[in-house]
Write a new protein. Structure first.
Length: 320
């Protein structure tokens, strides 16, 4: 293999540290000189993690052309199945494979796949003596394969969640622009709110009632704008969230009264009641201000976060 310092930088460092412990543990338990996690990079196979065992000839970053190479890992990636070779010198198929130059006769390897099913690489053990690898060792390597694939799925979900958070920040930025439009023109305000999928609302704190509900509420929870205006907070929010909402509202009101120019912003996640009796996870962002009558109003945007909550559950599942 040729040496390269271009190790996969897309794999989180925390995973590489844990994978290092995995290959060290596997090599120690199996009593072999080599434990590896290999990564497919285009047409090449690269040493991503290598055990720190005595007699291991492989180094992180080494690469070899994979396809047509005759490497053990080529067979594993092509077949997407486990491969065990107890003694390559006794096999016409494997006696001339490239790893023989390191006197590594025995091999046990499993494929590692990305969340979309495409090959990531392999996890494998190599020995310089004949080795039929016990059932316990085979089962242990397979469990490490499953663990690594779970971590790759978790990493993929985390990346997706970052994009969703960026979208949320963009929505918050849009909310600021909407609030500016409110101050400039009621006509502009209604045009924007009537044509967005998010539910935009205005709650008069002093009158204790909604004074505006955009048509987006229909898509969010099935209620009409008129129904929301009639039912108030108690009718729209599940009882278990009402105390938390009231506490946040009172804190914001105190801040606004102390500094009318502050226009405090609050953000909260709740489950909102739908017209069919079901519930939907909603994130609301609300800004408090004084209206033209010196009454306190809460101007808010509510958006459906069911998909984000589902992904958070998936991340929690794969991390436990």
């Amino acid at each position: 293999m040729t040496r390269s310092d271009d190790v996969d930088r897309k794999t989180p460092e925390v995973f590489l540290s844990e994978w290092q412990r995995i290959v060290d543990l596997l090599a120690r338990i199996a009593g072999v000189p080599v434990g590896l996690i290999m990564h497919l990079c285009g047409q090449e196979i690269e040493v991503l993690v290598t055990s720190t065992t005595e007699g291991n000839p492989y180094h992180v970053g080494e690469k070899e052309t994979l396809f047509g190479s005759g490497l053990y890992c080529e067979r594993v990636i092509d077949s997407q199945e486990r491969l065990m070779v107890p003694n390559a010198l006794k096999s016409a198929q494997w006696k001339n494979n490239p790893d023989i130059k390191h006197d590594l006769k025995a091999y046990l390897g499993f494929p590692i796949c990305l969340p979309d099913g495409k090959p990531f690489g392999t996890i494998c053990l190599l020995d310089n003596k004949e080795n039929n690898f016990s059932e316990d060792v085979i089962e242990l390597v397979e469990k490490m394969q499953v663990l690594i694939e779970s971590q790759l799925r978790m990493n993929d979900l985390l990346k997706r969640n970052v994009w969703q958070l960026m979208e949320i920040n963009e929505k918050n930025s849009q909310l600021e622009k909407l609030n500016d439009a409110l101050k400039q023109s009621e006509g502009k305000y209604r045009f924007i709110t009537d044509n967005t999928l998010d539910f935009i609302w205005v709650y008069n704190v002093d009158q204790k009632k909604f004074v505006y509900a955009s048509p987006g509420v229909k898509k969010l929870c099935g209620y009409s704008s008129e129904a929301i205006l009639a039912q108030g907070i108690q009718g729209a929010v599940l009882p278990e969230y009402q105390d938390g909402i009231q506490q946040r509202m009172q804190a914001a009101i105190r801040q606004l009264r102390q500094n009318p120019a502050s226009e405090p912003v609050s953000q909260y996640e709740i489950q909102q009641r739908c017209v069919d009796g079901s519930t939907v996870w909603v994130e609301y962002t609300v800004k408090y201000r004084f209206n033209e009558n010196c009454e306190i109003e809460a101007v808010g945007v509510s958006r459906n976060i069911e998909e984000r909550k589902r992904k958070e559950q998936e991340i929690y599942y794969f991390s436990t």
